[in-house]
Write a protein that binds this ligand. Structure first.
Ligand code: ATP
Length: 286
């Protein structure tokens, strides 16, 4: 038996950190949406009790350090699964980019293995298991557009994002997510209007989304890496309706209603950045 699963990247339409909790996590409010830039997983059932992982990408671990491996090991241990699996992971999502690539791979592995090993777990049960491995994994299991609260693991699904074009540009710098949260001063920065963003999504209003877009982590990453700020400015100059950093960065995305303008932003950015993508919102058919 063989199963293919798609693992789409996400962008943050809004990201707010309200305060630092006693457990050292920040209390978050994020509106996220999945896009049609995706990794692909193939899962093949093995009768032997082993997890084999083959990653088709450089510099990504293919052992216990990979979230896909951890997802398989967690299911095996929790449900005493005696069968095994051979997983091939084909990466297309840029790594350490703020696009939740690893989390989406883990979510796809949980979904696919639930089927392959016939575990009959509900989406909610998979999301609870996913949250043990990473805060973004529950959102990646739901996909589409959603409000994520808590440390990101509490999911409220929202209607699909109105159709538009999304240009992504990832500068070749690395950003440490824990470092960004450590340097964030929640009391001193302007916070995005999450309720406004949720309403804009409910109204299907592209203009409302552009008006309420915001990411509190920009205050840290843009100050430290002027090239990220420059990419954002360039996107707006080339005609983007809005532009924002995703997650803790360094990827910046532009939302553009018109294809001709999206193409202009895409072509313009290719002169500044090696990794540039032109994509659309994506939601799995339910
Ligand atoms: P987030 O938006 O959730 O912060 P990210 O896009 O910043 O995610 P990832 O691409 O998920 O970051 O990966 C960050 C690190 O996690 C990598 O340096 C890599 O070594 C490790 N990792 C573990 N599993 C995976 C995976 N399946 N794909 C990519 N990286 C992985």
């Amino acid at each position: 038996m063989k199963i293919n699963v798609k693992a789409p990247a996400k962008i943050n339409l809004s990201l707010d950190a309200l305060y630092k909790r006693k457990d050292n996590y920040h209390e978050l409010e994020m509106v996220m949406t999945t896009i049609d830039l995706a990794d692909r997983l193939q899962l093949v059932l093995l009768e032997k009790d082993i997890i084999k992982l083959d990653v088709k990408a450089h510099f990504i671990p293919d052992d216990k350090r990979n979230l896909v491996y951890q997802a398989a090991a967690l299911l095996k241990e929790r449900f005493s699964v005696k069968q095994g699996v051979a997983i091939t992971l084909d990466k297309s999502i840029p790594v350490a980019a703020g696009l939740a690539g690893g989390s989406s791979d883990a979510a796809a592995a949980l979904k696919g293995l639930n089927q392959l090993w016939d575990l009959k777990l509900t989406l909610e049960e998979l999301a609870d298991l996913g949250a043990e491995l990473g805060s973004d994994i529950p959102f990646c299991l739901y996909g589409g557009t959603a409000l994520a609260t808590g440390r990101g693991e509490i999911i409220e699904p929202l209607p699909m994002m109105p159709n538009c074009w999304i240009v992504l540009a990832k500068p070749s710098i690395s950003v440490s997510t824990p470092g960004v949260y450590r340097d964030l001063r929640v009391g001193e920065v302007e916070h995005p209007n999450t309720a406004g963003m949720v309403q804009a999504i409910r109204d299907g209003s592209f203009e409302g989304i552009c008006d309420n877009i915001g990411n509190v982590l920009e205050t840290v990453t843009l100050a430290k890496h002027p090239e990220v700020k420059r990419i954002k400015e360039k996107m707006l100059e080339f005609g983007a309706d809005t532009a924002l950093m995703s997650g803790s960065g360094p990827t910046v995305f532009a939302l553009v209603k018109q294809y001709s303008r999206a193409k202009r932003v895409y072509n313009g950015l290719r002169g500044f950045c090696e990794e540039v993508y032109l994509v659309r919102p994506w939601q799995e058919e339910k």
